[in-house]
Write a protein that binds this ligand. Structure first.
Ligand code: FAD
Length: 384
């Protein structure tokens, strides 16, 4: 007797595991195979930028071993297996020489870190941290060191700056923009976060870039575009992420900024779905946890026969800079209106209002951070 082809999920990050958890609430039996290029250990990626603050190393941040996840969720997890292609005609996932037949295929393979072409012979001292394996390597490389240079002052760069200061490291942050987190925060809130991180001891070099990283006897010499030269034990590159789309593009799937899916998480190929950091859901690429959780709940229903569309509500982003608690709900791109700012020192309440008076977004720092829930109620959902 032939068995039905399984549901195959590529990726054991928060998107992949959240989907299986939701699926198993509805269907305990349908065979599920999970494929991952990494070790399949379950962890919460946002916690990677809190290790020192919480006193946890890479092992401490791991939540469950792969075998435990496999047993608990009744799924097969194939670790260290890299997908190299998809044949949507024959419904095969291609893993090197092997072909794996799928009944339904879910792409939850995340986003790649952007790597800048930096001059110099210190490349192996530049670390990007986008999973637990990267974090383990970073902590090992940091052992015995004291000084970290961070490229990028976005959410991840600022969170690592705070966490590394809490761990007692010297921190230099280098970024080309005039303010931290320029795509997330209005200027007043950005200045408040930068001020508090500076008070904590982080040094900012804004409006310039890293030109070279050269090896030294101890660590590296980091040369900036403005001529400054810094010394560090290692460099963290936190210059952004890009949804993984290449294999999907090669398979003929529609691609935008991510793998294009509709609100039912359906790609342009039959029975192929995508969610999480790799997906562009009805025009939205949101590299955060709340959107992928909402997607996982909807897709679990679809995979069990009840086609369901995801609807993103209002999704505030909490920035884990404990020296300056911050929450933001950015207004939609291109929204017309203006920021209205109330400020006392590093306590900022910035509300983005349309000319009608409607609240379209907000950013709150310091003592105003507690108002995030009340403000979020006033912001319209992402999916109307
Ligand atoms: P990933 O976790 O990247 O999982 C991708 C999976 O696909 C992995 O298992 C990988 O091995 C596998 N894979 C990739 N390519 C292949 C292939 N070819 N073959 C087989 N397997 C493959 N979001 C928030 O909402 N709040 C926060 O506070 C927050 N903080 C963050 C802090 C840091 C330091 C970082 C890096 C991110 C943070 N984020 C935060 C973002 C959030 O963590 C991500 O949006 C989320 O974890 C993405 O999950 P994912 O499952 O889509 O991707």
């Amino acid at each position: 007797m032939s068995h039905p082809a399984p549901i195959v999920i590529v990726g054991t990050g928060l998107a992949g595991y959240s989907l299986v958890k939701e699926l198993r609430k509805l269907d305990k039996e349908t065979p599920v195979i999970m494929i991952t290029a990494d070790d399949g250990v379950s962890y919460s990626k946002p916690m990677l930028s809190t290790g020192f603050t919480k006193g946890k190393d890479a092992d401490g941040l791991a939540q469950a071993e792969t075998a435990a996840m496999s047993e608990q969720l009744n799924v097969t997890v194939r670790t260290f297996s890299t997908v190299t292609g998809i044949d949507t005609e024959s419904r095969d996932l291609i893993l090197g020489d092997e072909r794996l037949r799928y009944g339904k295929l879910v792409l939850a393979w995340g986003a790649d870190v952007i790597r800048l072409g930096i001059e110099g012979d210190g490349q192996e001292h530049i670390h990007s941290i986008n999973d637990l394996v990267d974090y383990r390597a970073f902590r090992k490389a940091l052992h015995g060191g004291k000084r970290v240079a961070i490229m990028g002052a976005g959410l991840i760069g600022c969170e690592f700056a705070n966490d590394l200061r809490n761990g007692g490291y010297e921190v230099d942050v280098i970024a080309p923009d005039a303010n931290v987190m320029p795509s997330l925060l209005p200027e007043a809130a950005a200045k408040a976060v930068q001020h508090e991180l500076t008070e904590l001891g982080a040094r900012f070099h804004l409006g310039t870039v890293v030109d070279r990283v050269d090896r030294q006897e101890q660590g590296v010499r980091v040369t900036l575009g403005n001529g400054e030269v810094l010394e560090a034990d290692l460099v963290v590159s936190a210059v952004g992420l890009r949804p993984r789309v290449e294999l999907a593009r090669a398979a003929g799937l529609n691609i935008g900024r991510g793998i294009t899916v509709n609100r039912a998480l359906e790609t342009s190929a039959p029975d192929v779905f995508a969610l999480g950091d790799c997906a562009e859901v009805d025009g939205q690429v949101l590299l955060y946890v709340l959107p992928l959780m909402a997607s996982a709940r909807a897709l679990a229903k679809t995979l069990t026969g009840q086609r369901t569309e995801v609807r993103y509500g209002t999704m505030p982003i909490m920035i884990k800079t404990p020296c300056c608690p911050t929450a933001v709900c950015p207004p939609p791109k291109g929204a017309e209106g203006e920021w209205q700012v109330e400020q006392e020192g590093s306590d900022v309440k910035a509300v983005f209002k349309a000319s009608s008076g409607d609240v379209l977004g907000f950013a709150v720092t310091g003592r105003f951070a507690v108002e995030k829930q009340a403000l979020a109620k006033q912001v319209p959902p992402i999916h109307q």
